[in-house]
Design a protein around this ligand. Structure first.
Ligand SMILES: Nc1ncnc2c1ncn2[C@@H]1O[C@H](COP(=O)(O)OP(=O)(O)OP(=O)(O)O)[C@@H](O)[C@H]1O
Length: 518
């Protein structure tokens, strides 16, 4: 049988290898299949390692509840994405991989095969190829600072770390320095003081609160710009709100998120400077004034309701047609939905390297000169602070019927809630949604459902813009709610401006969020 025929008959033959091999020598095919032991072989397929082993048939006929891609009784296809490591130990070839235990759980597992000493060089080369295909552009053996918030969510973060996270990191040969946070704000101090040369990643086993602290700790350093570029901030979801993990890992399962981090690609992330009073902080997720802030922050007493508490708070306020009058000045970048869609599609097909996705070098914008700053600290503020006079061209407009002011830097705000369908990790814009508070109740409920079913962006009452900065001055008397990344801040005016690609995260694609998009 010719190789070409084999390729069509046998789904496990790498078609590229077959094509290259056709009419040439047979070196690639020999190299991609490694005979191991008497009745087994390992083949580098198109996107999987194909393990052919007579012993499977006797040992396990169940294909692990159908969780592996289909093979025959004596083959197993392990996606390269699931391969964690491979090496020679004594006279054995050892392959560590993430084995599916259910649809939402993977566990570290190992394959071991003996090999002949005289084939050492061949096996060695084969391992190099396997690891190349398994990691692609993702860094291997990541050096991880892991922070565990024992109080996150229902208080299980430490247990989940030891059960779901650590074994996978060890199997992938990551180096781990784990620390439990002892008090609120400690992650800021840890990030501010850490040796950034000794680590590649800070992973928080928590909700979104700890990554927020880590970004802000890195931002406090004298070498903030370098630290935010070098250290990837990631979330291993253990909280009640795990938006960061949904956006970047596509899951709130700890073990699947750990695998996504192990295989994650460094991705610049826009960060937003918030000035309020005399403070300057960084936001990575969202800012809200009005119904969203209040539904989240004013329902802490309803925590027992779990995820439903937010929906309940939202519906009560919708029913009351609550208004949150504000004066707002906005530096708009794109203000109509067709242009936003076009921008989104253009960015989706843009695969320029990470180094090109930071700063405002290429933005033809009058304010670009001050964008990057000249020193190693945080970039200077192009639009000044909330205490400065309004930047030129900005105009404060009364929004007296405002119901919801919601500005996002990521797409998912919670599981199943893609509020910002056009959000991109490093397009240099924030996504701003404004909704009037006096729209009919039925429309408001349709909008709420639209967030879950993906129709939200196109709804007529949803005012969606891409913006570079804004100032907001709440007008109601007394104490209201403003939320920055889910944390309550004083009910006072604040100003925001975005810094293109200032931070770094790990993502699956290297340039997009895991949300369905537009
Ligand atoms: N040991 C600790 N004791 C009390 N608070 C802590 C401790 N460690 C961290 N925190 C605080 O817990 C808060 C919540 O952090 P987390 O990252 O888990 O986000 P979250 O999504 O808000 O959590 P939750 O799941 O509780 O809603 C953070 O503000 C952090 O400062």
């Amino acid at each position: 049988m010719t190789t070409a025929a084999m390729a069509t008959d046998n789904p496990f033959v790498d078609p590229i290898a077959s094509f290259e091999e056709h009419g040439r020598d047979h070196s690639f095919a020999v190299d991609s299949t490694l005979p191991v032991g008497k009745n087994a072989s390992l083949t580098l397929g198109t996107d999987s390692l194909i393990v052919l082993d007579e012993a499977f048939e006797k040992r396990d006929r169940t294909n692990c509840c159908g969780l592996w891609p289909s093979g025959t009784a004596n083959t197993r296809a392990i996606p390269f994405y699931n391969i964690l490591w491979a090496e020679l130990q004594d006279d054995e070839l050892r392959i560590d991989y993430a084995s599916p235990a259910s649809k939402t759980v993977v566990r570290a597992a190992t394959l071991k095969y003996p090999f002949e000493r005289q084939t050492l060089e061949v096996v060695h080369k084969w391992i190099i190829k396997l690891l190349d295909r398994s990691y692609g552009e993702s860094q291997r053996i990541k050096r991880m600072k892991v922070l565990v918030n024992p109080h996150s969510g229902k208080g299980s973060a430490e247990k989940w770390y030891h059960r779901d996270v650590e074994p996978l990191l060890i199997a992938a040969r990551c180096t781990i320095d784990m620390q439990k946070t002892k008090y609120s704000g400690e992650a800021v101090e840890i990030a501010e003081k850490m040796d950034i040369e000794a680590f590649d990643v800070v992973a928080s086993c928590s909700g979104d609160g700890l990554p927020y602290e880590v970004f802000n700790g890195l931002a406090k350093r004298a070498d903030a710009k370098k630290a935010l570029t070098k250290i990837a901030v990631v979330n291993l979801p253990c909280g009640s709100g795990n938006a960061m993990s949904w956006n970047l890992n596509g899951t709130d399962s700890n073990s699947l998120a750990t695998l996504a981090v192990i295989k994650g690609i460094p991705t610049p992330l826009d960060l937003i400077s918030i000035t309020q009073g005399e403070t300057r902080t960084l936001s990575f997720l969202s800012q809200s004034v009005g119904i969203v802030a209040e539904s989240d922050l004013a329902t802490e007493n309803l925590r027992w309701m779990g995820g439903q508490r937010f929906t309940y708070g939202f519906l009560v306020r919708l029913w009351e047609k609550a208004l949150y009058p504000c004066d707002i000045a906005i530096k708009v970048a794109i203000d109509d939905k067709p242009s936003i869609k076009e921008h989104y599609r253009r960015e989706k097909s843009n695969h320029e390297p990470a180094s090109e996705r930071r700063g405002y070098r290429n933005l033809l914008d009058d304010d670009a000169s001050a964008s990057s700053g000249n020193d190693d600290g945080l970039p200077s503020l192009r639009y000044g602070t909330v205490n400065d006079k309004l930047p030129e061209g900005w105009e404060l407009v009364p929004y007296d019927r405002l119901g919801n002011f919601y500005c996002g830097n990521m797409a998912y705000m919670a599981a199943d809630s893609v509020f910002f369908q056009a959000a991109l990790p490093n397009d240099g814009y924030m996504d701003l949604v404004c909704i009037n508070g006096d729209i009919p109740r039925t429309t408001a409920i349709k909008m709420m459902l639209g967030v879950e079913n993906g129709n939200f962006f196109d709804m007529p009452g949803v005012w969606y813009r891409k913006v570079l900065g804004y100032r907001i001055i709440p007008k109601s008397k007394g104490d209201g709610y403003i939320s920055i990344d889910g944390e309550r801040v004083p009910f006072q005016p604040f100003q925001a401006e975005v810094h293109k690609g200032l931070g770094t995260v790990l993502s699956k694609s290297g340039h997009m969020y895991e949300a369905p998009g537009l």
